[in-house]
Design a protein around this ligand. Structure first.
Ligand SMILES: *Cc1c(COP(=O)(O)O)cnc(C)c1O
Length: 419
């Protein structure tokens, strides 16, 4: 690999996925957007689709819209997302937020393993998952065992397996690609270990879906949740998805018994009876404008193909880490992601004690948009549908300038409200 702009441009010229960048709104060519793992870009098709939804479906068809596609949209779209995560089309539902779906599936799993009292998770889990687990554990009298990766980065599968075996484990729940480090868990081995101990597994796919291939069925995974506004490019706050393996659907119950999860919903019965299949994990009326706006982004991913996207993502994170090593490591910048591409997802975290100020200098002085996660991680998200090799090269070149010229020194180290 050569660390020159010409070489990065050559890789772009040879990239079979390069044409997909045209699918997205990219207004300012000088801004390098490296935060597609937090909020994906706007697909051009979505603009036309949202206009149609608002003007035609809502504006003209009014309440008839429910019978003309809206009612079945959460499962129809779930069927498409299923293709991205190695699931069957009737195992995925779009509904609520990731947090709410996580709450529903944790409770459903614990109900199904009533006699067992341990939940095994990780110290580096996404905060919402940890908070929800803590609330549920308190309400239900369960104990949480946290396993820590080495240096917050290197996942030790054996340590998690050990915690699962040692405890009277009801549920194992992990974020498949860790949000800070980008480290990826071994879904197959850990699911197997959980099953051997009689536990269920719930995977949070928020940082994996649309960035790396996932094989839920092949790994025999029980449950999963994930975001649509990150690598799926579904739009800010777009509803999330949940997955329940087919044979578990009739065994598990939704702890929030809303009318959208009711059998024969429009019979308006006074007593609750769960709907058939994955639909029982609905709660209330879905946010239809945001939900329908997700589909175009999912279609683009399906057209590009997850295997192709993964191959490009690995090439790009390899370029980024090679540039880090050559240019940034000498300034004391650390690699807070796995060095081995097979063990990381599609974002790379770089660490420095002045990380927050470096992040601000990148954004405000040099038009590079990564994001920052405390205490010291600057995250560079690579979305291979629209990130170019040239972007990776220039982002690292600009960060080198920030370090060389100490451009961060003029920024305060106070924490802003949103990072
Ligand atoms: C982004 C993310 C979430 C977000 O949950 P919301 O309910 O959409 O706010 C949850 N879990 C993980 C692992 C995430 O990366």
């Amino acid at each position: 690999m050569q660390l020159t702009l010409e070489y990065a441009r050559l890789l772009d010229a040879q990239d079979p996925l390069a044409k997909f960048r045209e699918e997205f709104v990219i207004e300012d060519a000088d801004t390098i957007y490296m935060d597609g793992n937090s909020l994906g870009r706007l697909p051009k098709r979505t603009i036309a689709r949202v206009r149609e939804i608002v003007e035609k479906e809502w504006g003209k068809r009014l309440v008839r819209g429910w019978g003309e596609g809206w009612y079945v949209a959460p499962q129809h779209l779930g069927g498409k997302i299923a293709q991205l995560i190695g699931a069957r089309s009737d195992e995925v539902l779009v509904a609520d937020s990731t947090s709410v779906n996580f709450y529903k599936l944790v409770n459903a799993a614990l109900d199904a393993r009533e006699g067992k009292n341990q939940i095994v998770t990780e110290t580096v889990n996404f905060p919402t998952d940890a908070y929800i687990l803590q609330g549920i554990a308190r309400a239900r009298g369960k104990t949480i065992t946290y396993v820590a990766p080495q240096n917050d980065v290197a996942i030790i599968t054996d340590a998690i397996v050990h915690a699962i075996e040692k405890n009277n484990c009801a549920l194992v729940t992990l974020t498949h690609t860790a949000f800070k480090s980008g480290a990826v868990y071994d879904m197959r081995a850990l699911t197997q270990a959980a099953h051997d101990a009689g536990a269920l597994v719930l995977w949070d796919l928020s940082h994996s879906v649309g960035s790396i291939p996932i094989e839920l069925n092949a790994c025999d995974a029980d449950l999963a949740v994930g975001c649509t506004y990150k690598y799926l490019n579904g739009g800010p706050g777009a509803p999330a998805f949940l997955y329940v393996r087919r044979d578990l659907q009739e065994q598990l119950s939704n702890p929030i018994q809303g009318w959208f999860g009711q059998k024969n919903q429009f019979a308006m019965d006074s007593d609750y009876a769960p709907a058939q299949g994955v639909a029982r994990f609905h709660v209330g009326t879905p946010p239809m404008l945001s939900l329908l706006a997700i589909e175009a982004g999912v279609d683009i991913l399906l057209e590009a193909g997850m295997e192709n996207l993964r191959a490009k993502s690995i090439q790009q994170t390899e370029l980024l880490t090679a540039l880090w090593e050559a240019w940034l490591q000498p300034f004391g910048v650390t690699l807070n992601s796995p060095r081995d591409a097979n063990l990381r997802g599609s974002h790379v975290s770089l660490g420095h004690p002045d990380g927050l100020r470096i992040d601000r200098a990148l954004i405000e002085e040099l038009n590079v948009i990564p994001d920052f996660r405390f205490p010291d991680n600057i995250r560079f998200g690579i979305a291979p549908l629209y990130t170019r090799f040239e972007d990776v090269y220039c982002a690292m070149e600009r960060m080198r300038r920030v370090m060389e010229e100490k451009l961060y020194e003029k920024f305060p180290s106070e924490r802003p409200v949103v990072t």
